[in-house]
Design a protein around this ligand. Sequence first.
Ligand code: FDA
Length: 500
Amino acid sequence: NSGDRVPALVIGSGYGGAVTALRLTQAGIDTHVVEMGRSWDTPGADGKIFCGMLNPDKRSTWLSTSTDQPVSNFMGFGINKSVDKYVGVLDSEKFSGIKVYQGRGVGGGSLANGGMAVTPKRAWFEEILPSVDSNEMYNTFFPRANATLGVNTIDQTWFESTPWYQFARTGRKTAQRSGFATTFVPNVYDFEYMKKEAAGQVTKSGLGGEVIYGNNAGKKSLDKTYLAQASATGKLTITTLHRVTKVAPAAGAGYDVTMEQIDEQGNVVATKTVTADKVFFAAGSVGTSKLLVAMKAQGILPNLSGEVGEGWGNNGNIMVGRANHMWDATGKDQATIPTMGIDNWSDPAAPIFAEIAPLPAGLETYVSLYLAITKNPERARFQFNSGTGKVDLSWAQSQNQKGIDMAKAVFDKINQKEGTIYRTDLFGVVKTWGDHFTYHPLGGCVLNKATDNYGRLNGYPGLYVMDGALVPGNTGVNPFVTITALAERNIDKIIATDMH
Ligand code: FDA
């Protein structure tokens, strides 16, 4: 309620926010999480909480009248659908040179993501975050993150035989024939549940075309792990459908946090201000960076570092599809949960880590689809636009060229060996590379640059950054394990030294 005073306020309930909430509440601190999306705990008229990918409705999409699928086209047809405007689970936030997909709701990205839980390569982690003690990370905080997230691995015997992963076996075989190494990838989707889905014993989710608009079962999203544990302490309050718009020093001590309450169609129905002793920014790389850049530019938090807004990257994301021969089918039945990757990261000529991605269309497509994380060194910045009052992101689509070149080196080789070609009909009417969007926004408030070495915002005691904004642009693998473990490390220090 307006006028309230709280000890700790967390903006956002994704990975950074959920870790913060759990560790603060366990330390006995009353913690208030403010989340602009809804709580995904109540079924709709069809008895389901989330809608599937092949029959999307308003629950799919954040405040838009059309879905905006990453694979937007198929054989010359656009496959997006009209939906009612609603606070749906997947947002595609548009900047001039890139579209950024993000999850919306209690659990943030964990609601919409593919669950791939990858610990980054140690040498690369040490290169991007040299101020962080990597012994501590790899001995304590990565294991803690993986355990609390509920990471598991697929039963490899089952993987080899199930029709649901034929697409991954075909992707592996074609990569290996060209000399590329492949690796199994851990996930937070419960693979034992998935086996029961395949056996017809439980309701299908990962085998039922559900993932980017939410999974009705199987996936251990943050609302089932970190946030459920935090809630069990009795010290957690989550306020949904409230969007933080301003954080300003309060008279006396602490910070005034202004927020807009929205209804399920996104209309602002109230504006409130509460005062918090400590404020934790966990609105994601984009959300946190936008807030801080605007606060600095508008003179509300003028002493923030000039590094705020800098160092943003798309984790090198490039998507592409190949057309296999008819004797290398990928299967009409495909799990939505990826579990295999091509690991070519250590090859300086083509450093990529590519997820062999499903394309669960319900029919045989012969397509091998990949989400490549390339070692693209390009970065961009967030800047306040005084004309529009909004924050722009400087990323230009041409900055993807280095990433495309790296991915092309790998997939050209596979195509050459196999005698196959790229699919040009998946990302537009004729467009080979899915380079106009990212799933993995990182940076904008980089650790030990825009903040101190633990996420404290310089010049403003009691303000912290806890999310993907801390990670400098590219972590070489799918990012949520990195974000979670870094948040575990930082909150450990902050609770020990700042919270008394
Ligand atoms: P995150 O985005 O999770 O959370 C931020 C939260 O803050 C959101 O809930 C948002 O609504 C809220 N918020 C924002 N602004 C606010 C404001 N002003 N006021 C109040 N609330 C606000 N990663 C991976 O490792 N493996 C994978 O398989 C995938 N797959 C994948 C698929 C898809 C479709 C997407 C969109 C993303 C992925 N990812 C992924 C990426 C992963 O989900 C992402 O890196 C993390 O969710 C980022 O965690 P953060 O804590 O930084 O923010």
